[in-house]
Design a protein around this ligand. Structure first.
Ligand SMILES: Cc1cc2nc3c(=O)[nH]c(=O)nc-3n(C[C@H](O)[C@H](O)[C@H](O)COP(=O)(O)OP(=O)(O)OC[C@H]3O[C@@H](n4cnc5c(N)ncnc54)[C@H](O)[C@@H]3O)c2cc1C
Length: 435
């Protein structure tokens, strides 16, 4: 009989990364125990999925279940507070058209579904069980994982391999002091669920809306049951010197954005108001002898392009393959662990190039008037659909977009080049809408 306290793999955290890895390992016939400190269903942010997510959901066997809890999402829309204009990016125009939609989900339901799926596949899934300590022994020795359940009982596991999927708690990276915060993306977010917010109709039905405000941006994500998730992400100056409760500050931000205020007139808040600070980071050392960090436990980038869940599930799948390989052949497992971190790091870098520049008037002008010369627009949509893994066909369009941006930026700095609507003084909404 196998000892339940000595599984092949232990996983810290039952979010998308951990539950994906647990299901994949169980499907590969491995004995896996996942420890989750909370109990599902629980609130979590990260509600807008990307088309590339659908492949993983299919491999997990939960595609139809997720369809049943999601709002169909055929694209992303950017709305300018300066001009009141909207630019649509339909996924059907991406270079890779194998998936032309995604879904938007309440994470409480989505995470419960992924967690239950891993249990159904044979993983041991423990809730209300917080990992409190990890002790690594000599090379080749099993680590000791200490955890505490809701009743205070201590659990001691001796897995052969450990996956850290503890999300922004960054359990291992924090303890090992290998977490590097990104000084170029030091933002904070405030968010809540609302009822009665105006939803987009017609071709934009189901789109996520990204509203570009003066000193940050809003997301408006339509969820089932007339719920709209609204969040504001701003850098430190957007919050500095402002007084009041989180809810008061958030409502003031909404009132200060003409385009978001127009859509949320008469709406009511139906959740707590949440805040998250100190944004992007990455672990310098994300794997080692017998362990690997996946999902947000390894790294996180600003959520403007809704990439977090996709990256978490991608690294959950790659991480499961690395753990599975390590159990039979540690050298191969180490190579796959390095690849898991590398893929995630590269995806984060690719999307960060856009994120760092999103408050720049030249970048905003390009986004608000997308052109398809050299497939630039389709190349950007390709990234927005979650194709972050260096596809050959995307090289020319993305390079063309970056070159156009650099040239226009240089001209803009010299006071030359075309007029940029996003660099003009803000117009009153009424005037813009009437244009
Ligand atoms: C403001 C904001 C908006 C976002 N919007 C989007 C979006 O629209 N789309 C998108 O794709 N992504 C979005 N994201 C990113 C997304 O939330 C994350 O990338 C995603 O949830 C990562 O999944 P994960 O499994 O790595 O971590 P998580 O989902 O955070 O799961 C980690 C789990 O580990 C558990 N845990 C932590 N510590 C311990 C411990 N010691 N012991 C046991 N369990 C533990 C936690 O309880 C949690 O359940 C957003 C993020 C933020 C901050």
């Amino acid at each position: 009989m196998s000892d339940p306290n000595s599984p092949d793999v232990a996983i810290i955290g039952g979010g998308p990364a951990g539950s994906t890895a647990a299901a994949m390992l169980a499907m590969a016939g491995r004995r896996v125990t996942l420890l989750e400190k909370s109990a599902h269903p629980r609130f979590h942010i990260g509600e807008s999925l990307l088309p590339r997510n659908l492949d993983i959901l299919e491999r997990l066997g939960v595609l139809e279940e997720v369809r049943g809890i999601g709002v169909h999402k055929p694209g992303a829309e950017f709305v300018s507070d300066r001009t009141g204009r909207s630019a649509a990016f339909p996924f059907a125009k991406a270079l890779n058209r194998s998936r032309t939609h995604a879904w938007q989900v309440k994470r409480s339901e989505f995470d419960t579904l992924l967690f239950a799926n891993a249990r159904r596949r044979g993983a041991t899934m423990l809730e209300n069980t917080r990992v409190t300590d990890i002790r690594f022994g000599a090379v080749g020795e099993r680590p000791t994982v200490l955890a505490r359940d809701a009743a205070g009982a201590v659990l001691e596991l001796r897995p052969r391999y450990l996956l850290d999927a503890s999300g922004r708690d960054t359990f291992l990276a924090g303890r090992m002091r290998v977490k590097d915060s990104n000084k170029y993306n030091n933002t904070a977010a405030t968010y809540a669920h609302f009822r009665g917010v105006e939803r987009r109709g017609g071709e934009l039905d189901g789109y996520i809306s990204i509203h570009l405000a003066e000193d940050g941006w809003f997301w408006l994500i339509p969820l089932p049951g007339d719920i709209m998730s609204i969040g504001f992400v701003g850098n430190q100056s957007a919050w500095k010197g402002r007084k009041g409760s989180a809810a008061e500050l958030f409502l003031a931000r909404i009132a200060g954005s003409p385009t978001v205020a127009a859509r949320s007139r008469g709406a009511e808040i139906v959740s707590e108001v949440y805040s998250t600070g100190n944004y992007s980071y990455r672990a310098r050392q994300g794997h080692g002898d017998g362990y690997l960090m996946i999902g947000d436990a390894y790294g996180f980038v600003d959520p403007m392009f809704s990439t977090g869940v996709l990256m978490a599930m991608t690294s959950g799948e790659l991480g499961a393959a690395a753990a599975d390989a390590w159990l039979d052949d540690p050298a191969r497992g180490r190579r796959l662990a390095a690849r898991t971190n590398r893929e995630l790091a590269r995806s984060m870098e690719r999307i960060s190039w856009l994120i760092y520049r999103v408050n720049d008037p030249v970048m905003r002008s390009l986004f608000m008037a997308p052109r398809n010369t050299l497939w630039m627009r389709d190349g950007i949509i390709n990234m927005l659909a979650g194709n972050l893994y260096g596809e050959l066909r995307a090289i020319v369009p993305v390079l063309a977009f970056k070159t156009v941006y650099q040239v226009l930026s240089a001209l803009h700095r010299m006071g030359l080049g075309p007029a940029m609507p996003e660099a003009m003084p803000a117009a009153p909404l009424g005037a813009a809408a009437a244009e």
